[in-house]
Design a protein. Sequence first.
Lengths: 293, 264, 450
Amino acid sequence: MVGERGLGKLAWVLVFVSPSLVGLAVFSVIPILASLGLTLYEWDLLTPPHFVGLDNFQRLIHERNFWAALAHTLYFIVGYIPLVMVIALGVAVILNQKLRGVVLFRAVFFVPVVSAWVAVALLWKWIFNPKFGIVNYLLGLVGIHGPAWLFDPQWAMPAIIVTSVWKDIGFVMMMFLAGLQGIPAEYYDVAAIDGAGDWQRFRYITLPLLSPITFFALIISLINSFQVFDQVRIMTDGGPAGATSVLVEQIVKNAFDYSRMGYAAALSWALFLLIFTATVFQTRLQKHWVTYD
Amino acid sequence: MYTILVISALFMIVPFLWMLSTSLKADQYVLTMPPQFFPRPLTLSSYVRLAELFPIGRMFFNSLLVATLTTLGQLVTCSMAAYAFARMRFKGSNALFLVYLATLMVPFQVTITPLFILMRYLGWTNTYQGLILPCVFSAFGTFLLRQFFLTIPRELEEAAFIDGASRWTVYWRIILPVSKPALASLGVLSFMGSWNAFLWPLLVVRDMDLMTLPVGLATLHGRWLTQWNLVMAGTVITVVPMLAVYLLAQQYFVRGVVLSGIKG
Amino acid sequence: MKKHLSVLPVGLLLLTLVMAACAPATTPTPVVVERTVEVERTVEVEKPVVVTATPESTELPEPVTITYFTFSAAPDHLEDLDEMIQIFEQAHPGIKIKVETASFGEYFTKLQTLIAGGTAPDVFELNYENFVSFAAKGVLLNLDSLAEADEAFDPAIFYPRAYGAFNFNGMQLGLPETFSTVLLFYNKDLFDQAGLSYPREDWTWEDAVAAAKELTDADAGVWGLHSGVQFWEFYKKAAQNGCSLFNEDKTEVTINAPECVEALETMVGFVTEDEVMPSDAEMGGMSDGDLFKAGKIAMDVTGIWMFAAFQDAPFEWDIQVEPGLKQHATHFFSNAVSVFAATEHPQEAWEWVKFFTSSPEMAQIRVASGWELPALDNPAFFEDYLSLSPPTNRAAVFKSLEHAIVPPVIERQAEMADDVNKLLDQVKLGQLTSQEALDQAKVQIEELMR
């Protein structure tokens, strides 16, 4: 077979895959399997775990906090994903051109990504401040009395979504940029010669050729947003009155505050199932819109 | 077009400027309401105080070492595995890839405890290898690079195979150079992930000698009171090197020049 | 152009390296500072007689290292801690103390993980709630035998209440490290401007609200008082109204008794009816401490840990015992230092724990640097403390102890606090009435206790 000289095919596969696979197996898979085992136990970390069978799962189904956290997490995802993908793509396309200072612009968009949530959250708490924040000030200019944002159960999650989108645009944009860079200029030139306009070039060249990266960005954003936590903890700590409590927040609380590591593990695996299902669904869907070479 | 860009850029950077401004404020002006944009008086006292409270140089060095080694490790192992997934058809490759993806779907807050116990067995708590190795083997990196490799035109490799190149040569001399943008992206993201990592270093590190920046600076959040100018100064110190890394990586975001001249 | 740009990032990198490298004396080196403190009475300090087993060889043993994990030392008091360690190590040449720190938010996550991983520190700090759960799990060393064997140790040196707090099922599982009380802080300038007389020890909340109404100035954004609507404040106000969350032997949940409901209504009423207290939205994410310091809150119920923070407030302030309802009830919080049950060096750990919680050197350093109050029943140590100002009325700190109540603790404490806080949030938001909230609280707590 072409290119297989020197070693058998399987050997080549092993050569390339084994460093990553061995490392993953030891440092990821083993702890993950251990956490799966933990779901059948109750463990307060201080004393040895004791076996409880499927109790944790039973309890999970009946616990009000779990379903509330699930609903809030889904709310976050539905608000966050479309916004961040569309805006990041738009920005990436714009910044893919030879503009003056484009490098600086790209760096600027990346600044929020590298900033710690501590600083970002504090700043956005100011921005959303009901009395002194810019948002309500601007709303006031057009005659709208702004809500209490992070202190209002209805508006806290939207505020968190906006903050998260703002912070992550640069991250997704960077991936799109890398993808856009991989599209050969010739394709555009040929299309221009054939009389295709900007929008047509975008729709028939850019989007399809970018689709593997788009798929990646979508999946990664999905996986991450199911696990949203840091910003919730810092901006509202799950409040007000539990309106922004999300799944990972429940997991952390149970693992370390309530000394119920086994139950936390069960929650983690419930979350895993959700993410896995969503991902498989997206993967199946990709044949309809993702074009590989 | 340009104005939109400038406005959005401002929108992105104002928070950082605000962080910078807070870090330069004197203690009593930090939390005035409404907040003061330009610090009066302007002072470096927060930075000085940070240096008094923490071995910043050491923490910086640790963060840098760990992040660099983690990033290099990721770039190497992930690109190799990604190439295998993207270009080598083998039985079970899809299933294996799904396993890779699956490792990203289990929240780390729970798996961190078994991982810590594993470190204990290996004797790697409170060591550099304990800080670095668990983070090197990332499914994220493999996924990113696989997607990117899939977009590389096969003609490139086929031409090389015809010329008698082995898999390794193709990987090293063709795939990698063409993938500079993706590698640069992964490099930046990997570096950032390691640089800002908090929970894992918190658990693994016992000695001040091994302390990384985020963990050390976290103690600025007192139980009752937080000195925001110090926190912001710490954040600025943490953010600036990351930006430097990003700018350094920028030069690799170049269009794939090599693709010109390929026919068919 | 490209060359230009690659200079920039490298330059930035170098700049930060230089900034970090040029930072002055980075590692906090232990400094022996001579403090002149006028001590007019002779304090008898007996040299601790360490009863050790007869060594089997005549060789000097390797120094034993004791790890001490703390959340209260970093970052401001590491030097004070180092000073204490120096004094201790000089007196105990065979023992070395290794300090590990974490901030309070992460401390228990790390501590629990270390214990789960089998690498627990020998000695660690605990606040009261966590003490109870750690004690119940049997991970704390019973200090009774060590205490009895040690002739130099006399438990009477501690505040009885503090010492007793860390006695679990008849076993002494920790020594009290510090204590704090919660009081009414008030802005003297604002009182003067309004022509009001300062809060008195016998005030009820009615008196406080009356004064607050005069002090509240909506236009200037100044509020008369602040007293958080949350779990700890709630059980205290309930106690002030003669109500408690449980009955004597915790067989019944009484959180929704009429007096408790009344107490909650009073608390929430400060915001909604009396309009003397800002709502959460009106505080805009700033803490009550921040607002008090900014002169926006005239009376704030908070703890003595804020003394240091308020030192440079641009106005005169003082403290008073918290007002009561039917009676006074105040908070008494204490932190303990405990020894890990499976430590390899119980004797050495005991020496450190004993020194760190009860030695006069430790007390002097703490008081002089404002690093929390040691829980010692010896007025000698507090002469200096009491003479410091602001606040002047420091005697209130100790007067407060006369009405101190114990927090209601059950096994699933953290969950109970979270559940109750969520219900209180709903009352604050107007989603539930006080009665409804407490009725639901009763049901939820009963579930937790099953």
